[in-house]
Design a binder for this molecule. Structure first.
Ligand code: F6R
Length: 248
């Protein structure tokens, strides 16, 4: 892996958005779909803002883009303002020309009986496109990517998972209290993410400095699932000065 450190997350986000836009355009010239794996949370917001700007001001088209979101809380109604469905539409999909049928976000409303098959089908759908061309990631303080909490298997696929207590604490403010944070989620697996041809992980701010150090300099372990990215041949960690401050 390889790190790039920027003075500000703003500047870093512009570079990442530019890479994604270039990929979309290259695939478009080849008449191929551009298959993007997308993250929610605070880390990618400025990347989406810049992609929207490029759509509006530079005519970047998303007509050939197919997206797969990493995760969704479970259970979760898509109309709920805390849903990742809502987040993605508010920050990106409502503002660009993506075809709605090309948007894939794990459905937090599938029944308990259908859940397992639903996850297998999500995984198969990604494979049917030949896998992800690009995966955008944030990182949680537990070392999760997607919602692959400590203990996740290196070859795991899309599945339901129980959220760590620390992850629920970090989500508590947006749910107005920890008691309202769902206990479970649907997430793409470590294996799903590692099959992406290109991975970019965003890390901003001092609260991420400790986990970024473990992820990049620590030994590869299921206790810090993001360390599995060390074995991926085309991953870049894009960091700001604060998030990189504990690196040696
Ligand atoms: C979100 C996701 C999570 C977040 C992580 C960091 O789709 O998969 O892994 O990327 O929890 O969240 P923020 O960016 O809010 O610090």
């Amino acid at each position: 892996i390889h790190n790039v450190i920027f003075e500000s997350s703003q500047e870093a986000s512009l570079m990442v958005a530019r890479e994604i836009a270039n990929l979309i355009q290259r695939k478009n010239e080849l008449n191929e779909p551009c298959v993007l794996g997308l993250a929610t949370g605070s880390s990618p917001i400025k990347v989406y803002e810049e992609l929207v700007r490029m759509h509006k001001e530079e005519r970047l088209s998303f007509a050939n883009v197919v997206t797969f979101n990493l995760d969704e809380y479970y259970p979760m109604d898509e109309n709920d303002i805390q849903s990742y469905y809502h987040f993605m539409h508010e920050h990106l999909f409502h503002h660009v020309d993506i075809h709605p049928e090309n948007i894939n976000i794990p459905n937090g409303q599938v029944s308990a009986e259908e859940l397992q098959q639903y996850c297998i089908d999500y995984e198969m759908k990604i494979k049917s496109y030949g896998g992800l061309d690009f995966q955008l990631l944030g990182i949680g303080r537990t070392g999760h990517i997607g919602f692959n909490e400590p203990g996740s298997h290196v070859n795991s696929g899309t599945r339901s998972i129980t959220l760590d207590h620390l992850t629920r604490i970090d989500a508590a403010s947006s749910f107005l209290g920890i008691d309202n944070v769902p206990r479970k989620a649907i997430t793409m697996g470590i294996g799903t993410v590692r099959n992406a041809k290109r991975i970019v992980l965003l890390g901003w701010g001092i609260s991420k400095a400790g986990i970024i150090k473990k992820t990049i300099e620590g030994e590869v372990s299921s206790q810090v699932p993001a360390t599995y990215l060390q074995e991926h041949h085309n991953t870049t960690f894009v960091l700001d000065t604060e998030a990189s401050s504990e690196l040696t």
